[in-house]
Design a protein. Structure first.
Length: 114
């Protein structure tokens, strides 16, 4: 019978840096980073820079999400009020009564679910 091998790929953490407790010391933490086959402890300035990078990446993600949501809702609004629908506006979150295919339900980003 043949052998089975598993190959796992673990992507870099988006929540780095990660602090670990220093052995034998109460409330002392270290932030370690891998360099090839070795591990070293980050300096305070390196830890600060990595936190700045982490928060900037999170902020960029939120900004991009807003851009995509705004663009998609603008497109849907134009599409649903086009002449293909008799020029009638369709209220967001409300189905159209027009005969034909079912139109998707949508609501503005952050709006409560009805």
């Amino acid at each position: 019978m043949g052998k089975t091998y598993w190959v796992l790929t673990v992507p870099p953490s988006t929540q780095a840096p990660h602090a670990v407790e220093a052995p034998g010391n109460d409330h002392n933490f270290r932030v370690r980073v891998r360099h090839g086959t070795t591990t070293r402890t980050l300096a305070e300035s390196e830890i600060a820079q990595r936190y700045r990078d982490r928060f900037q990446a999170a902020s960029n993600d939120v900004d991009r999400l807003h851009q995509v949501a705004d663009a998609d809702f603008g497109y849907l609004s134009t599409y649903l009020t086009s002449t293909a629908h008799g020029g009638r506006a369709v209220a967001p979150g409300r189905p159209t009564t027009r005969a034909g295919p079912a139109w998707p339900q949508f609501r503005p980003y952050g709006a409560p679910v009805p």
